[in-house]
Design a protein around this ligand. Sequence first.
Ligand SMILES: *Cc1c(COP(=O)(O)O)cnc(C)c1O
Length: 427
Amino acid sequence: MFDKSIEAYEDAKKVIPGGVDSPVRAFKSVGGTPPFIQKGEGAFLIDIDGNKYLDFVQSWGPLIFGHCDSDIENAVIETVKKGLSFGAPTLLETQLANEIVEMYDNIDKVRFVSSGTEAVMSAIRLARGVTGKNDIIKFEGNYHGHSDSLLVQAGSGMATFGAPSSPGVPADLTKHTLLCEYNNIENLKKCFEDSSDIACIIVEPIAGNMGLVPGDIEFLKQCRELCTKNGALLIFDEVMSGFRASLTGAHGVVDIKADIITFGKVIGAGMPVGAFASSKEIMGNLSPEGAVYQAGTLSGNPVAMAAGLVSLQKLKANPSIYDELNKKALKLVNGLKDVATANNIGLQVDTRGSMFGFFFADKQPKNFKEVSEFCNFERFAKFHHEMIKKGFYFACSQYEAGFICAAITEEMIDECLAAANEVMKSL
Ligand SMILES: *Cc1c(COP(=O)(O)O)cnc(C)c1O
């Protein structure tokens, strides 16, 4: 019953590297053929073979209202009719910027781009431009997009200086990236001892790219304090957690103020949007006001802005949505833990707002190394495979977080737990 997807995958592989436009979609870590999607419907995905799945991926985060939300759909259609792009300012950009600025007392201005990668890359350039320093601190297992200086892994020589994690990235470009262990304060302090040239810390305050691993409050406080003390800027990468973990992202959860915040995913509601935001003093350094260059032909695209605007307005009009989504997330992960326990399987679970995570592990991992060491990846792959067959679409890697959308009901979660119970018996 995956015949059409199997054929489509073979066809795609002939003309697209690996058959996909972003590697995680290829199901490499769990094996099997990725279903090719025909359409979405609320909480569900329907593939080209006609299989229907309850979708816990939601395009990797952007779709907090699920697929084909009618308000967002209508706003997009009305905007499309007026033209797709102008390369000139529109009112929509100011409106969306205002929606964001109103929610944060540490944000005065926002610059829109077209992806999370671009947002982070630009935020780092801004931090370097403002501080006049070169080094950046990044944490192992945090993902900030695919720009050169952020594709680093632990180097073999000096403990903290990163080595390229991909061919094509010159070591000269990663030598300014200091790699630290997440949730490790001592390691972080050592970075500031190793270098007096640190422009910024870039961190996912609620890490969602090594599975869900929230930053400890004390660790995040130290990030803040060490930046302030050393004249560096703190960048919260909230491309995933922004408008997901709470209405004000991780900020709303941990109450620690970053100097620059990056956004993506939910602010575009499924359209390609990213943004970075800060105080008027810091943003004043950005061209054309200041000298730090940053630009984009399709930045602030009206169709994308319209989608984001309606999405944020809907979230603001109904702030209790985060409690409702979290209740469902807890029902899901606690239910999974119960069925796992009943089958003598260790499962670690956590949630933040509409984000959830589960690890097939006996202990809760706190950093990337622990995720790799503690988790049973084989068991995850089997679980994933069997759940897909039963119509439940989870992220295809233990290193990814899951998402609850507003269209998912308690009954749907009950059905998922019943299926998981069957599957866990065979693990
Ligand atoms: C997804 C993500 C990015 C990259 O965003 P793209 O739109 O895929 O370029 C950056 N940072 C975090 C935290 C993300 O989750």
